[in-house]
Design a protein around this ligand. Structure first.
Ligand code: FUB
Length: 317
């Protein structure tokens, strides 16, 4: 469980991992990061890539949770939510996202529906960012029969949840077509129609964050994917394409980002295939510091082996 990076850091935790470098998790393959900053601590949620070295498809059964006070040392919180948390789901713990509202933690997750062919989005809830999580509805929030924009079975994936400063919550998701909808204040029901945006070469992984008065929509374009972004003055768009955040990976076609502000700095989480034995279905989550230019544009982020510098959050234990 313990990784001693560069021979310079030797830290032991009975229940966790210590890492001084990318990838953040070195004892298993992980993908599709989601992140939440809560009470001065950053929580990282990842899918677990369990494919064998010669695997030809994703094998993903659970999400795993880690947390850090400084973006350097990560504590392992195990797996408090699996695809089987959703009794109506048959398989696949694909990409997820999380937010907090009213002291509860809402985890939006991609799974494969047992009875409605195709991928679906469920929402699980917990009183703690580390779970345990329970199904908040007992049914899918979004299923493939609710969307008719494409014929593919995997166009209802990759939820990204965003609560605006006015309290309105939004859900973004999709593959090939970017979809979005308002969420009710209870966070477990759509509030109004499912809408779409025509956006430059959208593949998947939509993620909205706000900085000042500007809304940033980051996503994956092309395949192999590169991480790009657009901006708007509204969470409902229209979106103006701005450019590349991170170039495409080697050995894996996906990249899936999450962007946070933590303790005065900005960070991007993503995945690559750099862990030994890594590949298309054996990915690894990593993090980098992200920088904005004075005009609000995002500088291209290089992937590093070292990861972000330690950024201790005052009072975080
Ligand atoms: O991990 C399965 C799928 O691969 C995710 O839903 C996509 O974002 C891509 O990373």
């Amino acid at each position: 469980m313990i990784k001693y990076a560069l021979g310079a850091l030797a830290l032991g935790f009975a229940t966790g991992i210590a890492s001084a470098a990318n990838p953040i998790i070195s004892n298993m393959f992980t993908a599709d990061p989601a992140a939440l900053v809560d009470k001065g601590r950053v929580y990282l949620y990842v899918g677990h890539d369990e494919a064998k070295p010669d695997g030809k498809d994703y094998v993903m059964n659970e999400w795993r949770v880690y947390s850090s006070c400084d973006m350097k040392i990560w504590k392992d919180h195990g797996s408090p939510v699996q695809f089987s948390t959703f009794k109506w789901a048959g398989r696949d713990a694909w990409a997820a996202d999380i937010t907090e509202r009213g002291g509860k933690y809402y985890f939006y997750a991609t799974v494969d529906h047992k009875t409605i062919p195709g991928k679906a989005i469920g929402v699980a809830v917990s009183d703690s960012p580390t779970g345990p999580f329970v199904d908040a509805r007992g049914s899918a929030l979004v299923s493939n029969d609710m969307t008719r924009h494409t014929d593919i079975l995997w166009d209802d994936i990759d939820p990204g949840v965003f609560i605006d400063t006015d309290g309105q919550a939004w859900l973004y998701w999709g593959n090939t077509v970017l979809k979005y909808a308002r969420l009710k204040a209870n966070m477990t029901e759509l509030d109004g129609p499912i809408m779409t945006h025509a956006i430059e070469s959208f593949t998947e992984a939509p993620y909205v964050h706000k900085r000042g008065a500007t809304y940033y929509l980051s996503y994956s374009r092309y395949f192999p994917e590169e991480m790009v972004y657009a901006t708007s003055t509204s969470p409902a768009g229209p979106w103006t394409f701005k450019g590349v955040i991170m170039d495409k990976n080697e050995k894996v076609k996906t990249i899936h980002q999450a962007i946070i502000n933590f303790n005065g700095k900005s960070y991007v989480f993503y995945h690559n295939a750099k862990l030994p034995g890594g590949g298309e279905f054996r990915r690894s989550v990593a993090a980098e510091e992200l920088h904005y230019k004075p005009d609000g544009s995002i500088s291209v982020v290089p992937q590093t082996d070292s990861g972000p510098a330690a950024n201790p959050s005052p009072g975080c234990q």
